[in-house]
Write a protein that binds this ligand. Structure first.
Ligand SMILES: NC(=O)c1ccc[n+]([C@@H]2O[C@H](COP(=O)([O-])OP(=O)(O)OC[C@H]3O[C@@H](n4cnc5c(N)ncnc54)[C@H](OP(=O)(O)O)[C@@H]3O)[C@@H](O)[C@H]2O)c1
Length: 273
């Protein structure tokens, strides 16, 4: 497929991030259409990105090779039932980014035979620095998986999981993950201020250190454990701080926290069935 037509059902924050990334990467805006409820918001989007817009969800399906479901999880059932006949006729690749909505649920609302990719993006996608987990159902062929991957790469890196239940773990690690790092940055800034730094200085040093550590870890060919050891001289300042983290059970806290997020992701999916 040379230039697929992509239809976004829902054009909020996440859909805009993907559309913006695609267009920045050279994807032809005339091959993108998007829906929403507010005509005013859609008109603004059309002006900003040059894509086609409509409030009619069914109207975009007929020309779509890929349909990206980018509405809120609570709206998924009603919207799927609304577009079910058009989707069944056209049989596009379906990509859902709705948190907690499983492939069996989408199959149940749309059609049991569709090729469906489920994606869990995260908020840094809004600055093209996202991390998305993907899972494809058995109906997806290699070409469709490659297509889904290339579309989601417009917002950052993508990684596949081979079992759908692992999307809950993806949610726990990268979906909710930005908030964990925000919390760490918040705590470091507050602690820096208590040591006498101005809030602005504590913020600058903390944010750049977070960015630098992440970049260094990505660029390095050794594990983060090794990087940590390399900057920890015995008896030094870093060792003093890390000793406190160990004593306070930081790793155990992370294990419990991510388990709680994984459990919550599973129970949210059950609530939406
Ligand atoms: N934001 C994140 O960090 C994040 C992370 C992971 C996953 N997700 C998932 O991404 C999805 C979208 O999230 P978001 O943050 O982009 O939400 P959002 O900004 O609230 O966008 C929702 C969009 O859906 C549209 N919409 C609502 N009802 C509709 C209908 N019946 N037909 C067509 N369009 C309709 C809204 O249009 P109007 O504005 O005109 O009402 C809006 O454009 C969610 O399922 C969420 O779980 C988000």
């Amino acid at each position: 497929m040379s230039s697929p037509h992509i239809a976004f059902i829902g054009s909020g924050n996440m859909a805009r991030a993907i559309m913006g990334g695609l267009i920045n990467n050279g994807f032809d805006a005339s091959n993108i259409s998007a829906t929403g409820r507010s005509q005013a918001k859609l008109d603004q989007l059309k002006t900003e990105l040059g894509i086609q817009v409509t409030t009619d969800n069914n109207a975009v399906i007929a020309q779509a090779d890929v349909v990206i479901l980018a509405i809120k999880p609570q709206q998924m059932q009603a919207v799927c039932l609304e577009i079910q006949a058009a989707v069944e006729q056209k049989k596009p690749l379906i990509i859902s980014i709705a948190a907690g909505i499983t492939i069996p649920m989408i199959q149940n609302w749309l059609s049991p035979t569709l090729s469906i990719v489920r994606c869990m993006p995260n908020t840094p996608s809004l600055v093209q620095c996202g991390a998305s987990g993907l899972f494809a159902n058995a109906a997806c062929n290699t070409e469709q998986k490659k297509l889904a991957e290339s579309l989601l790469q417009a917002t950052g890196i993508v990684t596949w999981v081979d079992k759908e239940h692992l999307m809950d773990a993806v949610t726990a690690v990268s979906g909710s993950g930005p908030a964990y790092f925000f919390l760490v940055m918040e705590a470091m800034q507050e602690a820096g201020v208590k040591l006498g730094l101005s809030p602005e200085t504590a913020k600058q040093l903390t944010l750049q250190t977070a960015l630098g550590a992440a970049k260094m870890a990505q660029a390095s060919d050794v594990e983060t454990t090794e990087l940590r050891k390399r900057v920890t001289s015995p008896g030094g300042t870093t060792a003093a701080a890390l000793g406190v983290f160990e004593q306070q059970g930081l790793k155990a806290s992370f294990e419990l926290a991510l388990k709680a997020a994984d459990n919550r992701s599973k129970s949210l999916a059950k609530e939406m069935e």
